[in-house]
Design a protein around this ligand. Structure first.
Ligand code: MF3
Ligand code: CO
Length: 248
């Protein structure tokens, strides 16, 4: 069942997602050579709690941290660690909160210091695939239009989209219907209606789409060891078109 949010509920979701975006902007600004991702995790949790929110990921199916920090070949759900970031790394940070009963969820990938042209292009293409998908999130379109937009931009760039993880509806639960795959066929799937809210989250690999989960039970990595990037926004479908809720 896909929930339809009222205007009042969308206002709460905008506040939750704005907080997520502000935390991610702060984390992105701090991420630099020599900085540990554990320190970023601590900062993110402090900012959320100071704003009266709970970090959404901590304790979710036993996930142990507030922030997901996925470096280089790590795709998603990487653990924050004491290993300092290095010049040339790319870092995907994913963060969520629950505020006044509603969830916010967003992610971005940043380069640490100077990164290779290949890494920069992967990040830019992944961000553009998300933007193309967001543009499709309007009434009358179908879910497949969103999925296909991600896939089209990513594959046109010479990259592959991860199949094993998907975006999702979001609201009073972090994961609501429908699932939002990063691949699909235009014109297929459920029809989009005003009041639907979707977390659209392309995970794009430089090489093959295959991923595997490490022995920690969480960290997803590319099987070929090549880079992966991840961007996510929470987006409301409105009469006036797509509205990105996760903006600072
Ligand atoms: N953005 C991810 C998702 O929607 C973050 C979940 S991390 C978890 O699935 F630890 F909470 F699972
Ligand atoms: Co998500």
């Amino acid at each position: 069942m896909i929930t339809i949010k009222s205007q009042a509920e969308l206002d709460i979701m905008r506040r939750a997602n704005r907080l997520v975006a502000q935390v991610l902007a702060d984390v992105a600004r701090r991420a630099a050579p020599g900085v540990t991702t554990a320190s970023l995790d601590q900062r993110a949790e402090e900012m959320a709690r100071a704003a009266g929110a709970e970090p959404a990921f901590k304790g979710y199916h036993g996930y142990p941290y507030a922030l997901c920090c996925s470096v280089n070949e790590q795709v998603v759900h990487g653990f924050p660690s004491q290993r300092p970031l290095q010049e040339g790394d790319i870092l995907s940070v994913d963060f969520g909160v629950v505020l006044d009963g509603f969830y916010g969820d967003a992610a971005l990938t940043v380069g640490i210091g100077r990164v290779s042209h290949e890494a920069r292009d992967l990040m830019d293409t992944t961000r553009r695939s998300l933007e193309a998908a967001i543009a499709q999130a309007k009434p009358g379109n179908r879910l497949g239009d969103i999925s296909a937009a991600v896939q089209r931009v990513a594959e046109a760039g010479g990259y592959s989209v991860v199949r094993q993880f998907v975006g999702h509806g979001i609201g009073r639960a972090m994961h609501e219907d429908p699932q939002v795959p990063n691949y699909g066929v235009p014109g297929r799937g459920v029809k989009l209606k005003p009041g639907m809210v979707l977390a659209i989250e392309p995970m794009v690999n430089a090489g093959d789409f295959e991923v595997t989960v490490l022995d920690d039970g969480w960290t997803a990595v590319t099987v070929d060891g090549k880079l992966s990037a991840h961007f996510e926004h929470t987006v409301a479908v409105t009469e006036n078109g797509p509205q990105v809720l996760s903006l600072p």
